[in-house]
Each structure stands twice: as structure tokens, then as C-alpha cells.
Design a protein around this ligand. Structure first.
Ligand code: KG4
Ligand code: ZN
Length: 355
């Protein structure tokens, strides 16, 4: 079965054609148009601009990917996300479904991120073992979801305010780093001292699996208001002290980023492992844009390994929004003939995968 996947929920217009049968997937073609260069001028995604840019990109991308060949199924992200972007992808899918007489599948963006772990060269033949505990961390979402089977989800916990990626991006903005700030913070963090600043670990000990990152962002703001970052560690004794976790000062941007990143990673890993101890999953999945974070990946992988549970996260390329993950999620819906008539398809910016 050939599935055309269309993703336009945020700042990437991404189209992919995959061929799927049983648990084997081949990506035949894929193209993505990123809007980051435009949005970074404004420090974040501007919905109006996003919609226009998706509209400019979508038809040429579909043309390049399909080369005029009709797929068997069209899958489009119908939510959650920015309504301005979702409408462009869904309208394109709807038109093609009508013109080509090809069935249409509505895909949830979060479900797409979950299936992204199956993409890529190393994992494309491997089926998912259920139940799977999924930590989905992106610019718009931080959720722990128990996937009991294809299409069967239970919400275990979610952020009560900012998403983890949003927290990375907002704190990066305080540091004058370009949008999206997550990758820039994690790059600085590689060379910093994780114990330089004792940032809080919000809700780490709460007796539920929810998250909260707004307070951490405020702590970062107050720290920057009350302290000054030094460009480099001028005194080598300070560097030596920092190896022993005693670096009262000076604190570099690397130290700040490492301490901040560690706080987020500690919360995400601790709560995911605690959820795993309660729900006994066969697989633990880490996906979404923030899953590109090396520290988070390594730390969660290490802790999951200790539990003796299989750990899956997407290849870096597929951690960001992409059309291939939407096509793959669409494939599982198509197997169940979970189609939507072209004239009935609607976007839902707040669509949840669980009931
Ligand atoms: O899934 P995604 O591409 O878009 C949404 O659905 O939101 O995720 C984008 C988010 C941004 O907040 C970005 O800063 C974050 O993923 N991100 C990272 C890293 N790479 C991307 N956050 C932390 N560390 C990274 N290495
Ligand atoms: Zn996403």
C-alpha cells in the first residue's frame, strides 16, 4: 500500500510517500520545507505567516514527492496544531482525495510522533510491542500516553502549563538565542556544569504523572535578573572547583544551559520511569522534537535499560515534524479502513488521541 503523508501543523511543510506492508516500510520519497528562517525573526512561530508559507509550499512538495503517481491512501495531519497550518494540509489532501478518488485518513500529529520510532533504516522492520509507554515531548506537547494497541491510547500524564520544548525555547529567548532554542541550549549544555545552578525540578515528587515547566522558566528568568553570566571561566581554579560541583561562580552560559537542561531531563526521566514501574510496559517510546536532545535520550535509555524494557526513539531526522510519520500512522488507520470522506474531513487544533 502506498500512502501519501502530509504534515503542516506547525512550522514545517512536509510530504512523504511510503510503501507499507505488514511491518515493513519503505520511504519512497520525502520533502520538507522549513519555515524556521522566517519565524526566528519574530522569536517564535507566527500563525498567520505559517499558514501562508504552508500554502506556498504544499503543492510543489506534493508534486515533487508523487511525480504525478496516485497513492492508495492520503493521510493528513488534522490536529493538534495551528489551525492556519492544519487547514492548508487538510484542504490539499481533501482536493486530491476528490480528484484522484483516493481514500483519505485523518491523522493525529501526536500519533504521528509515536510512529516515528518505526521509521529509518535500523528499525523499519520491527513491530511495536504493546503496551508501550510513550513520552511525547515537543514544542506544543509534553504527554505520557499508554499505547495499548494500534489506535488505543490512555493518557497517563501531561503538562499543566508549558510544554518541555516551549520551556527550552522561552528560556533560550531570555538568553538571546534564536528560535528554536532547544538545540542551541543543548549544544551549550554539552560543555557546562550541570550543578552550577540549583534549578527546581517541578512536580518531580508529586503522586501523579503530570508535569509543569512554567515555574522552571520563571526561575531561569529570576536567575538571569539577579546574576550575570560570564563569557568564559577566566580562573582555572573555578573550572576545577566546578568539576567537584562547587562552582559558586563564575557561571558561564554553558553552565546555565547544562543546569537548566538537567532540571528538565531529571523531571522527564524520573516521572517516565515511575510510570513504567506502575504500568509495566513492554516498550518505552521517546518521541517529538525534544527527543532530539542527547542528554534526555541517553539518560532515559540508560534508565529504561535498567528496567529491562525495550527503548525506542526516532532517528534524529524523524524526531522533528515530518510527513513520513504521518503516512505511517495513516497506514495503520487504513488497515482498519478508518477513512473519512473528503467532504467530511475537519481540522481540530486541540485533537486528543485519548478519550
Ligand atoms: O515536534 P516538533 O518538531 O514540533 C512540534 O510539534 O512542536 O518539536 C519542536 C521542538 C522545539 O521546541 C525545539 O526547541 C525542540 O523541539 N527541540 C529541542 C532539541 N531539538 C529540538 N529541545 C531540546 N533539545 C534539542 N536538542
Ligand atoms: Zn511535532
Amino acid at each position: 500500500m502506498k500512502i501519501l503523508g502530509i504534515e503542516s501543523s506547525c512550522d514545517d511543510t512536509s510530504v512523504a510517500l511510503i510503501e507499507a506492508s505488514d511491518n515493513h516500510f519503505v520511504i519512497l520519497a520525502e520533502k520538507t520545507a522549513s519555515q524556521i528562517d522566517i519565524h526566528k525573526i519574530y522569536g517564535g512561530v507566527v500563525p498567520e505567516i505559517a499558514g501562508r508559507k504552508h500554502a506556498e509550499a504544499i503543492v510543489p512538495l506534493i508534486e515533487e514527492v508523487t511525480r504525478g503517481e496516485k497513492p492508495d491512501v492520503i493521510a493528513a495531519t488534522a490536529g493538534p496544531g495551528l489551525v492556519t497550518g492544519l487547514l492548508v494540509g487538510v484542504e490539499a489532501a481533501k482536493n486530491l482525495s476528490y480528484l484522484w478518488s483516493v481514500p483519505l485518513v485523518r491523522v493525529n500529529h501526536i500519533e504521528g510522533h509515536i510512529y516515528s520510532v518505526l521509521l529509518g533504516t535500523q528499525t523499519q522492520n520491527a513491530a511495536l510491542a504493546f503496551p508501550a509507554l510513550c513520552l511525547i515531548v515537543s514544542g506544543g506537547h509534553t504527554e505520557l500516553v499508554l499505547m495499548k494497541n494500534h489506535g488505543v491510547y490512555e493518557l497517563i500524564g501531561k503538562t499543566r502549563d508549558d510544554a518541555a520544548g516551549e520551556c527550552f525555547d522561552k528560556v533560550a529567548k531570555l538568553l538571546d538565542l534564536d528560535y528554536p532554542g532547544g538545540p542551541k541550549i543543548s549544544k551549550f549544555a554539552l560543555e557546562g556544569n550541570t550543578t552550577a545552578i540549583p534549578f527546581p525540578r517541578p512536580m518531580i515528587d508529586s503522586d501523579n504523572f503530570d508535569f509543569s515547566f512554567a515555574g522552571l522558566k520563571t526561575s531561569a528568568l529570576y536567575w538571569l535578573r539577579d546574576n550575570t553570566l560570564t563569557a568564559v571561566k577566566v580562573n582555572p581554579f573555578h573550572a576545577i572547583a566546578s568539576w567537584f560541583g562547587q562552582s559558586s561562580e563564575p557561571v558561564t552560559i554553558q553552565d546555565f544551559c547544562a543546569s537548566f537542561e538537567q532540571a528538565i531531563v531529571d523531571v522527564l526521566v524520573t516521572k517516565t520511569i515511575r510510570a513504567a514501574q506502575k504500568y509495566n510496559p513492554k516498550t518505552i517510546i521517546l518521541s517529538g522534537g525534544v527527543s532530539a536532545n542527547k542528554k534526555l535520550r541517553e539518560s532515559l535509555a540508560e534508565n529504561v535499560q535498567r528496567l529491562g524494557v525495550e527503548f525506542r526513539s526516532p532517528e534524529l531526522k524523524y524526531s522533528m515534524d515530518n510527513g513520513a510519520m504521518i503516512a505511517l500512522a495513516g497506514y495503520y488507520h487504513a488497515l482498519k479502513e478508518d477513512f473519512t470522506l473528503w467532504k467530511d474531513i475537519q481540522v481540530d487544533p486541540n485533537w486528543k488521541i485519548y478519550n
